[in-house]
Design a protein around this ligand. Structure first.
Ligand SMILES: NC(=O)c1ccc[n+]([C@@H]2O[C@H](COP(=O)([O-])OP(=O)(O)OC[C@H]3O[C@@H](n4cnc5c(N)ncnc54)[C@H](OP(=O)(O)O)[C@@H]3O)[C@@H](O)[C@H]2O)c1
Length: 281
C-alpha cells in the first residue's frame, strides 16, 4: 500500500514514518504542504497518490488555541476538510487523528466511541467539528482518538518532568486529572494495523490503563532512578487558558474489534525511557 502522512515532522508523525516499514510511506511536514491551502493539500495528494492518508497534522498548542481560535479551526477543521476532499477525489482512504478533548471530562468510566461530544476548549471544539464534517464528506473515514501522547523526538510530559527533575528537589503535579498516557511508537503501530485491517468509523487508541498526571510523574521519576519528590496538587493551583478534561480515559472496545491490543502505559514508559537514553548517549 502507498501511505501519505501529513504531520510527519510532529511527535506522532516521526514515529509513524520510522515504524511503518510494511508499506511505501511518504511523510509531509507543513513546509511540504500547508493543509490550510486547498491547492497545496490537493497537490500533495495528487503527487503522492496514496491508498491511505494519515492526517496527524494539527495545531496542537491547546492553550494557544484559546487565543487563536481562527488558526485552530483553519488547521484542525478546515485543513482536515481540504485533505479529505482531495482524498475523496483521488479515491484514497483517510485516517484522521482526534483527541480525548472532544469530551467534557465529567465522566468516571471509560468513554465509548458513541459518547456525546461536549468539548470545553477551542482545541477540542476544532477536533469535534472536524470529526463531524469528516464523517459527512467521507463516511468510511477512520477517526482515531488518542490521549496524553509521549515519545522521543518532541516535547512531551515525561521529557519535561525529567528535565525539571535535574534541577529541582520537588515538583508539584496535578492529581485531579485522569487519562491514559500513550506512547507514540505504540500508537504508530496500532495505526498501521488499523489501515491494514480497513478500519472505519471512530476508534479509541491509547495505551492500556490510566493514571493521574501526578501518578505518571511519580512513575517517570522512579523508573529513571531519580530522587526528586513528586507532590500531588490540584488543577486550581495551575490555572491555564484551556480547561483540561478531569477524566478522559478512552474505552479500548473499539480497538479490540480490530483484534488490536495496546500495551500498558507503564510498559510503554519503560521502553520510552530506554529509547530516550539511547538517543541521549
Ligand atoms: N500530543 C497529544 O497529547 C495528543 C493527544 C491527542 C490527540 N493528538 C493528535 O494527534 C496528532 C499528532 O499530534 P502530535 O503531538 O504528534 O503533533 P505535533 O507534534 O504538534 O505535530 C504537529 C504536526 O502538524 C503539522 N502541521 C501544523 N500545522 C500545519 C499546517 N497548517 N499544514 C500542514 N501541517 C501542519 C506540523 O508540521 P511542521 O512541524 O512541519 O510545521 C507537525 O508535523 C494531532 O492530530 C493531535 O491533535 C495529540
Amino acid at each position: 500500500m502507498r501511505i501519505t502522512i501529513f504531520g510527519a515532522t510532529g511527535l506522532l508523525g516521526k514515529h509513524l514514518v520510522e515504524k511503518w516499514n510494511t508499506d511505501e510511506v511518504v511523510g509531509l511536514g507543513s513546509k511540504d504542504a500547508d493543509i490550510r491551502d486547498p491547492q497545496q493539500a490537493w497537490n500533495a495528494v495528487y503527487r503522492t497518490h496514496p491508498d491511505w492518508i494519515v492526517l496527524a497534522a494539527a495545531y496542537t498548542d491547546v492553550d494557544g488555541c484559546e487565543s487563536n481560535r481562527e488558526l485552530a479551526f483553519d488547521v484542525n477543521c478546515h485543513g482536515a476538510m481540504n485533505v479529505a476532499r482531495a482524498a475523496k477525489r483521488h479515491g484514497a482512504r483517510m485516517l484522521f487523528l482526534s483527541s480525548d478533548y472532544v469530551f467534557d471530562g465529567t465522566g468516571n468510566t471509560p468513554y465509548e466511541v458513541d459518547h456525546q461530544r461536549a468539548p470545553r476548549s477551542v482545541y477540542g471544539q476544532s477536533k469535534a467539528e472536524a470529526e463531524i464534517r469528516l464523517s459527512e464528506i467521507m463516511p468510511d473515514a477512520c477517526i482515531v482518538r488518542t490521549s496524553w501522547l509521549f515519545g522521543e523526538g518532541g516535547r512531551c510530559f515525561p521529557d519535561t518532568v525529567l528535565k525539571l527533575a535535574t534541577s529541582r528537589s520537588e515538583i508539584d503535579v496535578v492529581d485531579d486529572q485522569r487519562g491514559s498516557p500513550t506512547y507514540a511508537a505504540d500508537l504508530a503501530h496500532a495505526i498501521a494495523q488499523l489501515c491494514s485491517r480497513d478500519a472505519s468509523g471512530i476508534v479509541h487508541a491509547t495505551n492500556r490503563g490510566d493514571c493521574s498526571w501526578f501518578e505518571f510523574a511519580r512513575e517517570i521519576v522512579s523508573r529513571a532512578g531519580l530522587t526528586t519528590i513528586i507532590k500531588p496538587t490540584t488543577s486550581d493551583k495551575f490555572v491555564r487558558p484551556a480547561e483540561r478534561p478531569k477524566y478522559s480515559v478512552l474505552s479500548s472496545s473499539s480497538l479490540e474489534k480490530y483484534a488490536i491490543t495496546m500495551p500498558g502505559w507503564e510498559d510503554a514508559l519503560k521502553r520510552y525511557l530506554a529509547a530516550r537514553k539511547l538517543t541521549e548517549s
